[in-house]
Design a protein around this ligand. Sequence first.
Ligand code: SF4
Length: 360
Amino acid sequence: MIDNDFQISAEAIRKRIKVPEHPLWPELTADEKKALKERIKKLLDEQNAVVVAHYYTDGDLQELTEETGGCVADSLEMANFGTTADADTLIVCGVRFMGETSKILNPEKRVLMPDLDASCSLDDGCPIDLFSKFCDAHPDHTVVVYANTSAAVKARADWMVTSGIALPIVEHLKARGEKVLWAPDLHLGHYIEKVTGVDMLLWPGSCVVHEEFKSVALERLRRLHPDAVVLVHPESPDAIVEQADVVGSTTRLIQAVAEMQEKKFIVATDDGIFWKMKQLAPAKQLISAPTTGEGASCESCAHCPWMGMNSLQNLEELLLKGNNEIVIDADIREKALIPIQRMLDFANQHNISGKYQQQS
Ligand code: SF4
């Protein structure tokens, strides 16, 4: 039976989300940090383990990941990397859906995370029971879900996408005359709808970090820095996206800083990304888009509290204890693999990468 009356509001979803406090990690002296990194490197070697870290994690973690032959990237490349890595254990530093995606693609490997409670407001705001009802109510739509969803939600989808590949995949579905049901990020869904002209049914979820960028304060900041390029991740509200010079995935925003001639950038995404931007373009000035001003909340700091649950300290603890393993039900894994693999095949066919490759 089709329940055409199914409805859920953004407020109802927001009430389900419990945003944690930002973890406070003890400050380390340079010597302590060096010693800690050496211990971690030895443990990684001994365990034939490799780290896969997201651009939003702590800079020290990103640095260690690169020094040890791991991968620092967005969620598209994080998913891809595990399948090619010659390691028995993948350590995913990011949020839980990233660990789950790695496990779905690499069932033979051990996938560990520094903190299994590292969640995401988009994932938490799209529970499988409600999402299934939404899909049941619209059986004539192709179900496209963002990477920021649980394995169970992916198992219900036709396609999984990341922000770096969402537009070409939705264009591809449009060319085939398909109608799209999109979840869970409302702002990214609106953006895709606007760019592609596809009529999309949107789940009303949001990212607690990007939701906090303030449009009036951004206008003022742009007036103060008229020479700055405005870079915006499309999980941000429309009023922020409309002020952007460049809209795109984390990889696209990093590319803009590395390759554009301009010297100053206002950046509307998690400020963990600054580490990679500064590494590639140390002379450029980066300014965080404003999260204070009218309507600001205690979550307004441009840094994801769940991404903040990853640190050098708990990475060492993880390697010593070998706990926090990602386990996924075999049936769900099998079903969730289909939309993920579809996306990876599409990315390979169209040469789309989720890792910035510097031009030589
Ligand atoms: S930054 Fe937003 S979308 Fe990314 S993990 Fe955190 S809550 Fe989720």
